[in-house]
Design a protein around this ligand. Structure first.
Ligand code: ADP
Length: 607
């Protein structure tokens, strides 16, 4: 229950709406409660006229007035409950927005390590399910159940005034209902969690498969993917059968018990009326009040069901919300609150000044492991001075991209330290660190949307002229202009409507527009054919002008022009030197040169 209460606390900005919903519920309950009193009064009036010779015309006038009052009470109930329903809908949707935005905020700031263990579609499915179940419950409560509960409470008080045994019997019902439900709740929740897990995994795979549909088609894996999907969903059938059978068995017991209690209630009311303790009107009043108390008890089964789902949902929700972020990320989140108090990209800390004369990048004896005890980098120690171009060369899996990941602050070193512009990287606010570094990855990593939006991704406020200049610098202007919509051309998911070389030139333009002093090229041209590589390289040359660059590349043509080369082997630095020095040292670079000139592509493929 505590996680549901936390949701309420989480959404305390909705307090006015909560209050409005409760006020409407109280009013609905009060107007509804007037009806049995009016009907009871009418019954006594009728009985007086029929059996005790009261004046008929006065009685007629009275009962017509009572009928009008009933009409009024019903009208008030209808209108107020609908207004309350409207508040409830607005509130639950607002709640969905708040919970979703907060979740997204948290998700965007979770450590890279967290994402390494997750499947995108599963995250999305889990988010949607957990929030839907919480808001469905809130909607159910606010639309009718709250007023029913208030009615029941009022009935308990009123019936105590007429006959306390009635109240006592009603009071037994609720705890027994809750007790009967709690008997199976733990098991129910476990089964629900198992089912959700299967559905979330299947949904994750679904999203992954749709994203890579070309691979699925080319390997003719449609049937295989489908059967896996069907198996996972199918596995929830058995669980649901078990859960539902149990729920309905319990419901039979619950309702049998409820009706037994009501048997006692009716006996008390009828016998006392016959004995003259209640008038006919009071009998009618009490019977109506009792049935008003019965309705919420009956629908409690559904409410409990919905509450359990909401509970499961809120637990999933908080599991993500409670994931720890490092202090620097927490500072970043605090500085950019979800309510939009500051805008994207706005400087939040005083800019950290570079230490004069210090290297732009400096790794000092850095050890790093993705998984505990499995170091992928050992004692990495190098520096890149202002304006230098330094290449990282080595076998695939040697740790080149890991160095980039550490430089970007995506992971923290296990040992040693990294400095950027002479300041410990760990002390730099993350937004300042990352805004200093422009990166072009091997996979251009574009987004759906237009070419303009992609180029301006790091600076959405950039002018059209700046976007065109960036595209020109990246050697992309000509092909962009050939599109019917030019810069407004929509490029499909991850830019799939562009060729590899075109995508990469957009990625280069994006980095040019970001205008960061430090540049990282992580195999930026290695997925391209020679012609596309030349086109992209022109853009990269422009991008590198006047910047400090760290370049990971396979092709020696890309590396030959750099100031220094660092060669890596199994996470260790092998050599550091100029291309001319390393060409004759007999190390990895010299071997690469030899392999490339001999055209031994099989051995070259290791690099
Ligand atoms: P390179 O860029 O030189 O090809 P990487 O830096 O990508 O090499 O990888 C270095 C090692 O770290 C490899 O053994 C790789 O399997 C491992 N590795 C890379 N990324 C991860 C990750 N997210 N989780 C666990 N291991 C990883």
């Amino acid at each position: 229950m505590s996680s549901l209460l936390r949701i309420v606390r989480f959404t305390r900005s909705l307090a006015p709406l909560y209050t409005a919903v409760i006020a409407c519920s109280v009013l609905t309950a009060a107007a509804g409660l007037a009806v049995p009193f009016l009907i009871g009064y009418a019954t006594d009036t009728v009985s007086g006229a029929v059996t005790e010779g009261d004046d008929v015309s006065t009685a007629v006038r009275t009962v017509v007035l009572i009928a009008a009052a009933v009409l009024l009470a019903e009208l008030i109930t209808t209108v107020v409950s609908n207004v309350g329903g409207w508040f409830g809908d607005v509130m639950s949707n607002r709640m969905r927005t708040i919970l979703s935005v907060r979740y997204y905020d948290k998700l965007l700031h979770l450590p890279q390590r967290w994402f390494d263990g997750e499947i995108t579609g599963t995250i999305v499915a889990r988010l949607n399910r957990s929030i839907t179940e919480v808001t469905n419950f809130v909607k159910m409560m606010s639309n009718s159940f709250a007023s029913m509960l208030i009615t029941t409470f009022a009935v308990l008080v009123i019936s105590a005034w007429y006959a306390w045994p009635l109240t006592a019997l009603l009071l037994v019902v609720f705890p027994v209902y809750v007790w009967l439900t709690s008997l199976t709740s733990v098991k129910w929740q476990r089964l629900e969690a198992e089912k959700n897990e299967q559905v979330d995994i299947a949904s994750g795979r679904f999203a992954e498969v749709v994203g890579q549909i070309r691979v699925v088609k080319s390997f003719v894996r449609e049937r295989g993917e489908l059967s896996d999907f069907a198996r996972r969903f199918g596995s929830t059938d058995d669980t649901t059968r078990e859960q539902s059978a149990h729920w309905h068995r319990m419901d039979v017991i619950r309702r049998a018990f409820l009706n037994l209690v009501f048997f006692g209630i009716y006996v008390i009311i009828f016998v006392r009326t016959v004995q003259g303790q209640f008038s006919l009107g009071e009998m009618v009043l009490l019977i109506q009040l009792m049935s008003m108390a019965k309705a919420p008890v009956e629908s409690m089964s559904f409410v409990i069901d919905s509450a359990q789902r909401a509970l499961a949902g809120s637990r999933d929700y908080f599991r993500v919300m409670e994931t720890e972020v490092d202090p620097r990320t927490a500072a970043l989140m605090a500085a950019h609150p979800t309510d939009g108090a500051t805008t994207d990209g706005e400087a939040i800390d005083a800019p950290v000044e570079p230490v004069p004369g210090a290297p732009v990048i400096s790794f000092r004896e850095v050890d790093f492991a993705y998984e505990a005890d499995e170091d992928v980098l050992h004692g990495i120690d190098f520096r890149v001075d202002r304006g230098e171009k330094v290449a990282l060369v080595g076998e695939s899996g040697g740790g080149k991209s890991t160095i980039v990941n550490l430089l970007l602050g995506l992971y923290e070193p296990r040992q040693g330290s990294i400095e950027v512009v002479g300041r410990p990287s760990a002390d730099l606010p993350l937004d300042q660190l990352r805004s200093r570094i422009g990166v072009v990855f091997q996979d251009a990593s574009l987004f759906s949307g237009t070419i303009r939006e992609n180029i301006a991704y790091g600076r959405p406020e950039a002018s059209d002229e700046d976007v065109v200049l960036a595209a020109r610098g990246a050697n992309a202007e000509a092909f962009v202009q050939r599109f019917p919509d030019g810069y407004e051309q929509v490029i499909g998911e991850r830019g799939l409507k562009l060729s590899g070389g075109q995508r990469q030139r957009i990625a280069v333009a994006r980095a040019i527009l970001k205008d960061a002093p430090v540049l990282v090229l992580d195999e930026a041209t290695s997925a391209l054919d020679t012609k596309a590589e030349i086109q992209v390289q022109k853009g990269l040359d422009e991008l590198m002008t006047g910047r400090t660059s760290l370049i990971i590349a396979h092709r020696l043509s890309t590396i030959a022009e750099v100031d220094r080369i660092i060669t890596l082997r199994d996470g260790n630095i092998d050599e550091i030197g100029s291309p001319a020095e390393l060409a004759t040292s007999g190390g990895i670079y010299a071997q690469l040169l030899a392999l490339q000139s001999s055209g031994d592509t099989r051995r070259l493929a290791k690099y």
